[in-house]
Design a protein around this ligand. Structure first.
Ligand code: ADP
Length: 384
């Protein structure tokens, strides 16, 4: 039996260039509560990863440790190959080659845009500072506002200044802590696109913390899902969504329903019938849970069916139908905006053709049968 593990996306220069950021066995506790526990995380030069998880899972702690705003209790942190924190060494934040962008922008209100950007360039000569400031303001298209003060800028412009300030000293990695969450919905998408474009254009390595699943999936070349101070899955967005490694990732990254199911002679069946074939499981007889997402569940009115539509939510482009099965369990199904089966409609439920659903044994996804080929629900489930 294999459980899914994170695959590391390699930068083309990965063999020559040291990782932009590396955390090796890093732990940080606050009293008894775990901030992060034995964290292993390597971010290659040029990667843009997103960090997501429920509130309190350790996202900010990870950024604070990387930035040097907190000291780890254990482990080693490297920035561009240089040890910046371990049992003996601790490099101060301003000496770490780490740029920071916060939700509230944290600009100095009494300094102009240009002065804000120049702030971290104290090791350059005056003329070098001026040139570099001009370059990064050009990059974020704010040169025309160089002499304004932060309160004279829109929220989106302030965010671009914060990004310019973070990029000015040419950091090895920029850490962005929920940088768009204080912006209006209408502005957020544009500022997000601009920020991502700037990071990619400059080849800057970035770690973006977000609580927005769509943002995590759309921005990250890799998505890191955290829970209780540990990484549950770190993988490309498609894998995190389509092949979640755990029950938690399946339910946290998008809507998911779970049904008890059985794989017998390579056929996956559950309450709604045959879900799919499972090649390679020919000799198996295993109880699992199947993960079904609303876009994978099809409905068809059928007066003889035992399932009933129990709630309907119009959401614009789609209509989310909640369906109560004979067992009392509920599945959700996305239907196009033109389709609305009234509450109480008897519906036949099936799984859309071509779906390869995730199978869970306990809380872990499995992609191949357990070694003995037979595992029934009344037997203890292995922990991995
Ligand atoms: P997230 O950013 O994912 O919401 P955090 O990294 O802020 O989570 O917090 C992780 C855990 O560490 C939480 O349980 C939080 O309460 C705790 N924690 C974080 N910072 C402190 C602190 N300064 N003092 C005490 N506990 C803290």
């Amino acid at each position: 039996m294999t459980t899914r593990t994170a695959s590391v996306q390699r930068h083309p220069d990965a063999d020559r260039v040291p990782a932009a950021l590396q955390l090796e066995g890093v732990s940080k506790h606050y009293g008894r509560s775990p901030g992060v526990v034995a964290l292993e995380l390597t971010i290659a030069a040029g990667e843009l990863v997103t960090l997501i998880g429920p509130s309190g899972c350790g996202k900010s702690t990870t950024l604070r440790l990387a930035a040097g705003l907190d000291r780890p209790d254990a482990g080693i942190i490297r920035v561009a190959g240089e040890v910046v924190a371990d049992g003996r060494r601790f490099v101060d934040p301003e000496r770490r080659r780490v740029g920071l962008v916060f939700q509230d922008h944290a600009l100095f209100p009494h300094l102009t845009v240009a002065r804000n950007v120049e702030f971290g360039l104290d090791r350059l000569t005056r003329s070098e500072r001026r040139v570099r400031t001009g370059d990064v303001l050009d990059l974020v298209q704010l040169s025309h506002l160089a002499n304004r003060y932060p309160h004279e800028l829109s929220g989106g412009e302030q965010q671009r200044v914060a990004l310019a300030r973070a990029l000015a000293p040419r950091p090895a990695v920029v850490l962005l802590d929920e940088p768009f969450s204080s912006l209006d919905e209408s502005l957020r998408a544009q500022v997000r696109r601009d920020t991502v474009a700037t990071l990619r254009e400059t080849g800057t390595t970035g770690v973006l913390v977000t609580h927005d699943q769509t943002e995590a999936l759309s921005v990250g070349s890799r998505v890191i899902v955290m829970r209780n101070g540990v990484i549950e899955q770190a993988d490309v967005p498609e894998k995190v969504f389509e092949q979640p490694a755990t029950r938690f990732v399946a339910s946290f990254m998008g809507d998911a329903d779970f049904l008890p199911a059985r794989v017998h002679r390579a056929l996956l069946t559950c309450e709604i019938g045959i879900v799919s074939t499972v090649p390679g499981w020919a000799n198996s007889d295993v109880d699992v849970d199947v993960v079904l997402r609303p876009h994978e569940v099809s409905l068809r009115p059928d007066p003889d069916a035992s399932a009933r539509v129990s709630a309907v939510e119009y959401q614009g482009a789609f209509v989310l139908h909640h369906v109560r099965l004979a067992s009392g369990r509920t599945l959700r199904s996305w239907q196009p905006h033109t389709v609305r089966h009234p509450v109480g409609t008897a519906v036949a439920v099936s799984v859309a053709a071509g779906t390869t659903p995730t199978l869970l044994l306990g809380d872990q996804a499995i992609t191949s049968p357990p070694p003995n080929g037979s595992l029934k629900r009344n037997q203890p489930t292995p922990s991995s």
